[in-house]
Design a protein. Structure first.
Length: 453
């Protein structure tokens, strides 16, 4: 089978590369000439573990091509995936301009029957909108079908999520189109992946509902962590205690500095807008969003409390991406915190394994970027861990202790065991767990006091 994927961002690239790995002939389309030229040379504009190898392999074996020519890409394709961006408008609703442009182009280029599948996260009713725009753009009536096939890819684990998904959701009313889509995903039948078949609007709703529920779990455990800090409980043990309940499960019960990225913040705002348009006041979403925003401020308050004053402090920062395994800094809580710390007069020395180039576009020259985590820690008044990269959880603590000006670690991702940090001589602060203090700090001697003694 031949397919066409329009859009070469995270979703489009992963979708195209993974379907090519299934043995499908894939043409990926984008209107950015420089990006297509880069991809044709096997260079990727994003960081995603395993994706470069997959793209290189399938380019070499001829199953994956990149082009700016949508007409040529559609010519042999039976299925056309729409995987373009759906940014938020100022009011929180979804901006569908790119979806509209693609639908118009598909209509103008269509010469025979196609299945048009929406991969982008879109509001309920978008498939109907796409169908109407394609029909309006056709020079003569040509039969086609529109289906909804939402993605559930986690950045940093997108290849695994596509190749071994929890489920595949396909929404449509046309039995022929549904059969084509099921055939496309037939390699997953070997691992008995559940395929959920629904109508189109239900499939569109599933994506928003899934992301809203996961964001709710994150905000819930962050709220619990705040209470734990007040009463002296250990949120990690709370997570263990409730996560073993099969009705709850352990995933997404990870207290920290809040969620970010290109999906959760945008999708919750969009879902809230959809609810409002339908006449429902989804106040639970308001609270999920509020708790997430408060979590960053609570962490910033903790940093202030530990250091007493921020102006003039040199802080080592580990992590700038919104999560480990990606270079994506969109709505990154790490970036937002760094910006706050800079405004308060801190000197920031930061390291991230993948996101520093993107961070430079936002933070400009106000941050010193280092070659590794130890360089970021050298001479710092405190070390802040803001992204859960695996390498940050395996640092040489003895070496780290010697490099820091003061042995203070403020961990926004709970990567370390407080007892181990204490044994290595650190004053260690995390989220929702009791702090482990050195004798000096326990006695009230803080970095700024030492400087003036």
């Amino acid at each position: 089978m031949h397919i066409c994927v329009i859009g070469t961002g995270y979703v489009g690239l992963v979708t195209g590369a993974c379907f090519a790995e299934f043995g499908v002939q894939v043409a990926c389309v984008d209107n950015v000439v420089s990006k297509i030229s880069m991809l044709q040379e096997g260079k990727l504009p994003i960081h995603e573990p395993g994706l470069h190898e997959l793209v290189t392999k399938n380019l070499r074996e001829g199953r994956l091509t990149f082009t700016t020519d949508i007409t040529k890409a559609m010519e042999q394709s039976l299925v056309i995936f729409i995987a373009v961006g759906t940014p938020a408008r100022a009011d929180g609703a979804t901006d569908l301009r790119y979806i509209d442009e693609v639908a118009d182009s598909i209509g103008r280029c269509m010469r025979d029957y196609k299945v048009v599948a929406t991969k982008s996260t879109v509001p309920v009713g978008t498939a109907k909108r796409i169908k109407e725009r394609i029909q309006a753009a056709q020079s003569e009536p040509i039969a086609f079908s529109v289906v909804s096939n939402p993605e559930f890819l986690r950045e940093g684990a997108a290849i695994e999520d596509f190749m071994r998904p929890n489920r595949v959701v396909i929404g449509g009313e046309d039995a022929h189109a549904l059969a084509i889509m099921k055939e496309l995903y037939s390699p997953l039948y070997l691992i008995e992946t559940p395929v959920v078949i629904t109508d189109i609007v239900t499939a569109e709703m599933i994506k928003y509902a899934a992301n809203a529920f996961l964001a709710m779990k994150i905000s819930f455990i962050n709220a619990v962590a705040s209470i734990c800090e007040s009463v002296g409980a250990n949120v990690q043990q709370v997570c263990d205690g409730i996560g073993t309940d099969s009705r709850i499960g352990p995933r997404f019960l990870n207290p920290g500095i809040g969620y970010g990225g290109s999906c959760f913040p945008k999708d919750l705002m969009a879902f809230r807008a959809v609810a409002k348009e339908s006449g429902y006041d989804f106040r639970l979403l308001d609270e999920v969003i509020r708790i997430n925003e408060d979590q960053r401020q609570r962490f910033l308050k903790k940093v202030r409390s530990v250091l007493w004053t921020l102006r003039g402090k040199r802080l080592g920062v580990l992590g700038l991406a919104f999560k480990g395994g990606t270079d994506d800094i969109r709505e990154s809580p790490a970036i937002l915190l760094v910006q706050e710390l800079l405004r308060e007069g801190c000197q920031i020395c930061a390291h991230d394994p993948a996101a520093m180039d993107r961070a430079k576009e936002v933070l400009h020259a106000s941050v010193e970027y280092t070659a590794g985590p130890y360089e970021a820690a050298t001479g710092a008044d405190a070390l802040l861990i803001l992204t859960e990269w695996e390498e940050f959880a395996a640092l040489d603590l003895g070496r780290l202790r010697k490099l820091l000006k003061y042995p203070i670690v403020i961990d926004g991702r709970n990567l370390y065991d407080p007892a181990i940090m204490s044994a290595h001589g650190f004053s260690y602060y995390s989220v929702g767990r009791p702090a482990s203090l050195t004798e000096d700090v326990a006695a009230g001697i803080r970095p700024h006091k030492r400087e003036h003694s």
